[in-house]
Design a protein around this ligand. Structure first.
Ligand code: F6P
Length: 542
């Protein structure tokens, strides 16, 4: 089974013919063999379509890949994001020892410490009610304006850590260009007691710019002059000039470095909303958890490396079994935004069609990531997971301890989580379904008619990730786990996981369409787009 390639995985998968139900019945050690732990997180991957032979082959695939070299290159600050000529150094942002760290002659360690100090001071000031607005009022609300990586991370983490919130200041997020969002955010607030954060690495993203302009107008409409704007607006950006041109004073601009990709920026000043809500000490724990996962990823052997294990299993399903989707099912209400966050992390990183050298890839890459909090999905799309012909590998995530006191409900939540993975794995045979019908008192004829509808094929793969609790530390470790999984997959697929050129075309095309919607000539556009524009203009007039 040695020397398998990505192209050979499909044949290997066809050849395997594994029944998970049987594998568990015949091998009592299966659960302990396919189990690993890191930073307090346990991964049970025994309910996957692997046997010793295929797992060995996948391990060899990793061993033969340039994973170690690429990891070393990333750590050394090489410009592994070569299409944008950027280093990929987000791991440095969560390092506890950064003093002396430098990149291309820049004192990165000092800059990181300086940024952390500024964040800490601002959070303290806001918590202690020492930040006053242009009319002398205390700041009671913060609006965070951003999109994509400048929003999804803090939004998800703030939500996930709800039980840790200690902030007397309320937080609001404004992302979408849909004016409904920022309008709704502004409605109950008063500019005199509101601080606005414009979070944009480029400070050029249309959505963020328009929302920021709407907010600035709101201030102006309420009598704020440029010095009042300067007092109430902050930015997190690497485009200091654009932020300054907008009216943000240099002391209010927190850095975002070229070597931090948007979807990896939670650990920078983009994490400020998290620090604001949970306090500086707990924010430090979030970084600590991520750092612990970094250390595991860097030092653990390939055979027991949790991010790599997840990566290999993902590749096995995509390239071996032709799966196109991956479900992410946190059994935690507070983690309900995790699937949206991982969507950007994974799909924006690895949704590519050419290799690092620009040559077309002969195989598929990233899956469609989707999901929501359990148990809600059990009463919706789990039907498809259980009975459709599709195989959708699923990650189940459960914090073992709850932050509330309804312990019986938490026990029920855990029971459902484990039962789903069990049901997906073992399924229900026709004989079992018939026996069940008969046991319920049905006639043989009725039982025969109904039983086929109750059959579940089983053999559906899943991972179960157990966190001791959903604390900042374990959340940090969990996020870093998925970051490194994506990195490993990118290396194994031979792609650049750190650019996102695919999102540009839509942005470019929206410019002329926006002009056409304002009445400019649209005849050069295709007939469908012209008709859509005409419908919009017609509606606008009426
Ligand atoms: O459009 C994609 C993207 O560039 C993401 O990668 C990024 O996280 C997001 O837009 C926001 O970018 P910025 O922080 O520059 O506003």
């Amino acid at each position: 089974m040695s020397g398998v390639t990505l192209g050979g995985l499909a044949a290997l998968a066809r050849q395997q013919q594994l029944s998970l139900r049987q594998a568990f019945a015949t091998d009592p050690a299966r659960a302990s063999r396919y189990r690993s732990s890191a930073c307090g997180i346990t991964l049970d991957y025994s309910k996957n379509l692997i046997d010793e032979s295929s797992w060995q082959a996948l391990q060899q695939l990793a061993a033969a890949s340039p994973l170690k070299q690429q990891l070393n290159a990333m750590l050394a600050g090489d410009k592994i994001n070569h299409t944008e000529q950027r280093a990929v150094w987000h791991m440095m942002l969560r390092k506890s020892q950064v003093a002396g760290l430098s990149l291309d002659g820049e004192a990165v360690g000092e800059a990181i410490l300086d940024c952390r100090n500024k964040m800490t001071a601002l959070v303290n000031q806001l918590h202690q009610g020492q930040y006053t607005g242009y009319s002398g009022e205390r700041i009671t609300d913060v609006i965070w304006v951003g999109i994509g990586g400048s929003l999804l991370g803090p939004q998800m983490a703030v939500e996930a850590l709800t039980p840790y919130h200690i902030s007397p200041v309320r937080l609001h997020f404004a992302g979408n260009i849909d004016g409904a969002v920022v309008s709704d955010v502004m409605k109950p607030l008063r500019p005199q007691s509101t601080l606005v954060f414009v979070a944009s690495k480029s400070f050029g993203t249309e959505e963020t710019k328009q929302n920021a302009l709407a907010l600035r107008q709101w201030f102006t409409d309420n009598g704020a002059d440029s010095s009042a704007i300067a007092r109430h607006f902050w930015a997190t950006s690497s485009n200091i000039k654009a932020a300054a041109d907008f009216g943000i004073v240099p002391e209010h601009i927190l850095p975002m470095w070229d070597w931090v990709g948007g979807r990896y920026s939670l650990w920078s000043a983009i994490g400020l909303p998290v620090a604001l809500m949970i306090g500086n000490a707990q924010f430090a724990q979030l970084l600590k958890g991520a750092e612990a996962m970094d250390e595991h990823f860097i030092s653990a052997p390939l055979s027991d490396n949790m991010p790599l294990t997840l990566a290999l299993l993902g590749i096995w399903y995509i390239n071996g079994f032709g799966c196109q989707a991956q479900a992410l099912l946190p059994y935690s209400h507070y983690l309900r935004l995790l699937p949206s966050y991982v969507q950007q992390l994974d799909m924006e990183s690895n949704g590519k069609a050419v290799d690092a050298a620009g040559a077309p890839l002969p195989y598929a890459t990233a899956p469609v990531i989707w999901g929501d909090a359990g148990t809600n999905g059990q009463h919706a799309y789990h039907q498809l997971l259980h009975q459709s012909a599709l195989t959708v590998p699923a990650d189940f995530i459960l914090p073992l301890n709850a932050a509330h006191t309804l312990s019986d409900q938490h026990q029920r939540l855990a029971a459902h989580c484990f039962a789903q993975t069990q049901a997906l794995m073992q399924g229900k045979t026709l004989a079992e379904a018939s026996a069940e019908c008969m046991a319920a008192g049905m006639s043989q004829q009725d039982a025969q008619a109904l039983a086929p509808h109750k059959v579940s094929p089983g053999n559906k793969p899943s991972n179960t990730l157990l966190l001791p609790e959903l604390s900042p530390y374990y959340l940090g470790a969990l996020i870093a786990l998925y970051e490194h999984k994506v990195f490993c997959q990118g290396v194994l697929w031979g792609i650049n996981s750190f650019d996102q050129w695919g999102v540009e075309l839509g942005k470019q095309l929206s410019g002329p369409i926006y002009q056409a919607l304002a009445g400019k000539d649209a005849t050069a556009l295709d007939s469908s787009t012209q008709a859509l524009i005409a419908a919009f203009l017609q509606q606008k007039k009426s």
